[in-house]
Write a protein that binds this ligand. Structure first.
Ligand code: NDP
Length: 247
């Protein structure tokens, strides 16, 4: 799949799934800007790898909850790279607690980052996409937005919200040549997941029909496909990458 000449933003690209997405987009030929909040050294290292591949890279420290920062980043990418073609909304957090113990702060933090954060970047990118009559939005949701999850009312609500957001912008931007799709990963073996108690990993693996958990590149491969011209007639879809964890 060839993304040469395309320019991308990936939110939350400093670690985890986001980093894998950034590097796979760059390997396919795209210039990539990422944002992050805390992992500055990691973000710079990712951009150094992007540049080693001969692509343009840009790391921006910005909280996705800030609409102003989103607008500034989109404007900076359009100015530096010449256009924006691919937007991957990936930055996400969890603050787990059962509903009767969940604090208002836990609810607000997750909804602000996971749902408003996606709105902020799509809202900032949409005028450019409409003007240039092309664009591709890929939103990372979760199977827990489809099925709910004990202890994750805030997270599951944010991820279900992303699905509604995706389908709506697919409808609103379709006539402007813009696709919008969501990817719903099951448990993916990030560095953080690998540190989880083995019993949680085993429980998630047991839920899959393939008998294994996902790797970072399982999500990134689908991002590259959805960003490519091969996926030009796919929009408004939620595609799970979960080894059959939720079917
Ligand atoms: P990580 O915690 O490993 O990485 C999250 C990324 O988001 C980091 O780059 C982090 O940057 C960034 N980020 C978090 N909050 C903000 C913020 N307020 N502003 C800007 N950047 C922010 O998460 P994963 O890689 O595991 O998850 C990535 C996405 O995939 C998330 O949306 C998650 O919900 C989803 N997902 C993950 C699954 C999994 O099993 N891992 C399963 C299903 C879905 P920094 O740390 O530098 O601040």
């Amino acid at each position: 799949m060839n993304l040469e000449g395309k320019n991308a933003i990936v939110t939350g690209g400093s670690i985890g799934i986001g980093t894998s997405i950034v590097l796979h987009l760059a390997r396919a030929g795209a210039n990539v800007a990422l944002n992050y909040r805390r992992h500055a050294d990691e973000a710079q290292a990712v951009i150094a790898e992007v540049e080693k591949l001969g692509r343009k890279g840009l790391a921006v420290q910005a909280d996705v909850g800030s609409a102003d920062a989103a607008a500034r980043m989109v404007a900076e990418v359009v100015a530096e790279f010449g256009s924006l073609d691919i937007l991957v909304c990936n930055a996400g957090i969890n603050r787990d607690a059962v509903i009767w113990k969940m604090t208002e702060e836990q609810w607000d933090q997750v909804i602000t980052t996971n749902l408003k954060g996606y709105f902020n970047y799509i809202h900032a990118a949409a005028p450019h996409f409409r003007e240039q009559k092309r664009g591709c939005i890929i939103n990372i949701t979760s199977i827990n937005g489809l099925r709910g999850k004990f202890g994750q009312a805030n997270y599951a609500a944010s991820k279900a919200g992303i699905i509604g957001l995706t389908k709506t912008v697919a409808r609103e931007l379709g006539r402007s040549g813009v696709t919008a799709n969501a990817i719903a990963p099951g448990m993916i073996l990030t560095d953080m997941a690998r540190k989880l108690d083995q019993k949680w990993l085993d429980a998630a693996r047991e839920e899959t029909v393939l008998g294994k958990l996902g790797e970072l590149e399982d999500v990134a491969h689908l991002v590259v496909f959805l960003a490519s011209d091969l996926a030009g007639h796919i929009t408004g879809q939620v595609i799970s990458v979960d080894g059959g964890q939720y079917i």
